[in-house]
Design a protein around this ligand. Structure first.
Ligand SMILES: *[C@@H]1O[C@H](CO)[C@@H](O)[C@H](O)[C@H]1NC(C)=O
Ligand SMILES: *[C@@H]1O[C@H](CO)[C@@H](O)[C@H](O)[C@H]1NC(C)=O
Ligand SMILES: *[C@@H]1O[C@H](CO)[C@@H](O)[C@H](O)[C@H]1NC(C)=O
Length: 466
């Protein structure tokens, strides 16, 4: 009896001990969980926590103005600002380069940077701006690939440094220095520094016509033809050419220098360290077209985007400026007039026979046979536009116009894009089979053109030794 009672008491005691142990363990575990939560929530700057990253974003992206000189202010730029040089953005996962910066007042209050980087999943960046009055600003930035990127890994890109909330107006950024920085390392010393250029159209430029040409590459060497092309375009009313130099032959470089000294040519370096055709569409040409658009905006009433084997020839007017004015004058009210005019492409194969009636020994006078039916609009077409009304240019048409602006095709009885092509399509078959016609529009300028080509050749051959 006695031992049975003793056994019962010890079993009860055992059970109570286990219950107590479980009870203590439960509170211990619960306590640890609560403590951990409390510690994490109280330290919002703990690296890696979601909350801290959010705070950092707010801090960097609120268009904050910093006063110089205080501890913790961003490091100053290491070199003087540069324009039209590809400069790297450091600390990004994918290669990121910037080329130029322009004031944007139309679509959004911003500084628009011409850049090149990964087409999709580009690194996040911010902009730092050093204003002429010594204020330093850190701005939120939007990275936007330029549409015509052919789905390659890298693309010409816009970086929009957004001014909203900064208290700074677009106008105040003219002449400022700007650096694009990786969001992941905002306090790293800047590896790029650009000058912010103005885009506000000056008065009295309505009739001026400038030309944009994609970067010269493969040591472009057709200097004799280029001279004829320049002089014909000048006769057609062009007063300035924007060109980009990836590579050029010595004679072409000399010819361009000859025109540059007369204020006719702006030749900009174009060494983009991204492999052309493999990683990015031909020499990053869409960055060049769009750089040209913003570069010319304050000084060109009209911009013509063509290649050096193409000439737009009006069929009634003597100059392109007269044609464009006439095309716009046909609209009433004038505010309804289109801002961009597309010209249909017609191939003039250089392999086709010379015209027996050529009035001058010039390519455009000799090569008058062309495709009977010009290409459809937007298929190899080129265009002239009011730069102030355009946001994004493509090769054969305008991708984005400013709100309210429009674009139309020019009837073939008013003008054609004469495309002087060396190679025939499809390994030469096209030269034999495509229906063709003789078109002597170019002869209207031949006599005057020959005089000017000879005069200019005389001048530049003295310095270029040809
Ligand atoms: C900006 O800073 C420079 C150098 O510190 C000084 O010479 C200049 O007067 C300042 N400009 C303004 C507008 O404060
Ligand atoms: C064109 O660019 C090449 C390569 O960057 C350079 O070596 C050459 O001097 C440039 N030519 C001119 C005329 O600027
Ligand atoms: C462009 O025009 C050519 C010749 O008319 C035609 O063969 C080709 O299919 C056209 N391309 C497109 C994308 O429409």
């Amino acid at each position: 009896m006695r031992w049975r009672a003793r056994a019962a008491t010890s079993r009860a005691k055992e059970r109570a001990n286990i219950s107590f142990f479980i009870f203590v363990m439960f509170f211990a575990v619960f306590g640890v969980i609560v403590l951990t939560e409390l510690l994490l929530l109280e330290r919002p700057n703990a690296p890696g926590s979601t909350r801290s990253r959010y705070n950092e974003e707010l801090q960097n992206w609120e268009g904050k103005t910093e006063t110089g000189g205080e501890g913790g202010s961003p490091p100053p730029p290491a070199h003087a600002p540069l324009d039209a040089v590809w400069q790297p953005v450091a600390g990004t996962r994918f290669r990121f380069y910037v080329y130029s910066a322009y004031v944007e007042r139309r679509t959004v209050a911003a500084v628009r940077v011409i850049a090149a980087t990964k087409t999709r999943g580009a690194d996040a960046v911010i902009c730092r701006l050093w204003l002429p009055d010594n204020r330093t600003l850190t701005l939120k930035a939007r990275v936007k690939p330029i549409r015509e990127n052919w789905n390659l890994k890298y693309s010409a890109t816009y970086v929009l440094c957004l001014l909203r909330g900064s208290g700074v107006k677009p106008q105040e950024t003219v002449g400022a220095s700007l650096s694009v920085l990786a969001s992941s390392s905002p306090n790293r010393p800047p590896t790029n520094l650009l000058t912010v250029l103005d885009t506000e159209p000056k008065s009295g430029i309505e009739e001026t016509l400038h030309v944009c040409v994609k970067p010269f590459h493969f040591s472009y060497a057709r200097d004799e033809w280029l001279l004829e092309w320049f002089e014909l375009n000048r006769l057609l009313g062009v007063s300035h050419f924007y060109m980009y130099n990836e590579s050029l032959s010595t004679p072409v470089a000399c010819l361009l220098d000859h025109y540059r000294k007369q204020g006719l040519v702006t030749l900009l370096p174009w060494k983009l360290p991204i492999v052309s055709k493999v990683e990015i569409r031909t020499e990053g040409q869409f960055a060049a077209f769009n750089d040209c658009l913003y570069r010319s905006m304050s000084v060109a009433g009209w911009l013509l985007v063509i290649d050096v084997d193409e000439v737009v020839m009006p069929r009634r007017e003597r100059t392109l400026s007269a044609l464009l004015t006439a095309l716009r004058a046909a609209y009433n009210p004038p505010s309804k007039a289109p801002s961009a005019f597309l010209f249909r492409n017609a191939f003039f194969y250089l392999r086709w026979e010379d015209d027996a009636e050529a009035p001058a020994p010039l390519v455009t006078a000799r090569k008058t046979r062309r495709w009977a039916a010009p290409h459809a609009l937007k298929n190899r077409s080129k265009y002239a536009l009011r730069p102030r009304d355009a946001v994004e240019l493509g090769n054969h048409f305008v991708w984005e116009l400013a709100p309210g602006a429009s674009s139309v095709g020019v009837p073939t009885d008013r003008a054609l894009l004469h495309h002087y092509r060396i190679a025939c399509e499809y390994g030469g078959v096209q030269c034999l089979t495509v229906p063709s016609t003789v078109d002597r529009t170019s002869h209207r300028w031949s006599d005057e053109l020959l005089q000017r080509v000879n005069a200019e050749k005389e001048k530049y051959s003295r310095t270029c030794h040809i």
